[in-house]
Design a binder for this molecule. Structure first.
Ligand SMILES: [Fe+2]
Ligand SMILES: [Fe+2]
Length: 196
């Protein structure tokens, strides 16, 4: 695997300034969340660094590269430009930076949708992407506060906001986003039952 400095240097030269700042914000936020929630901070930092490494690959090229790698794409994915940079990012993170830690690669792969039974590291990258300091919208502030006390409720709030946003914009919902929401609701409700 490349060193952290080499990874940062690559990202700085290959991403737009705005995306690079977002990337550094996600890496730092992910490290902080990991420390708070008992996840390996160095893994969270690396996953945060590389999570958007494929974000600026043109959409047509993204589809081409994923299909070349043998990834079967659904119609929804082919018409949802915001999602596929995540699975492609996992592939490129391995190819470009030599990252072969499956936990890190999965955190990159599922950072746009989450998934059922997502790991702590996956939740952290999913949330860090939404709340890093350069995200200034009010929804981020709410999730940022929740992430201090309950990581599942923070991820649920984010998922609800993503769903509402897509509905308001007349966009399709990715089924994995729905699975994420149902999973988080189940985890939160089971936690409540155990308390009573
Ligand atoms: Fe992303
Ligand atoms: Fe991102």
């Amino acid at each position: 695997m490349q060193s952290i400095d080499e990874i940062i240097e690559y990202l700085k030269s290959n991403l737009s300034e705005k995306r690079f700042l977002h990337t550094m914000g996600v890496a730092e936020t992910a490290k902080d969340l990991a420390t708070r929630w008992g996840v390996e901070p160095s893994k969270a930092y690396i996953a945060g660094l590389v999570h958007d490494c494929a974000k600026e690959v043109p959409f047509v090229k993204t589809i081409e590269l994923l299909e070349k790698s043998g990834v079967a794409l659904s119609l929804i994915e082919k018409s949802t430009p915001g999602i596929l940079h995540a699975p492609l990012g996992a592939i490129l993170a391995k190819e470009i930076f030599g990252i072969d830690d499956e936990e890190i690669l999965c955190a990159v792969k599922f950072h746009t949708t989450g998934r059922e039974n997502m790991s702590g590291l996956e939740k952290i990258i999913y949330i860090a992407d939404f709340i890093e300091p350069n995200r200034r919208y009010s929804e981020s502030a709410e999730v940022r506060e929740l992430a201090k006390t309950d990581i599942d409720k923070a991820a649920l709030k984010e998922t609800d906001m993503v769903i509402k946003f897509n509905i308001a914009k007349g966009k399709m919902l990715h089924p994995e986003t729905i699975h994420t929401r149902n999973y988080l609701l189940r985890v939160i409700n089971e936690g409540k039952q155990n308390e009573s």
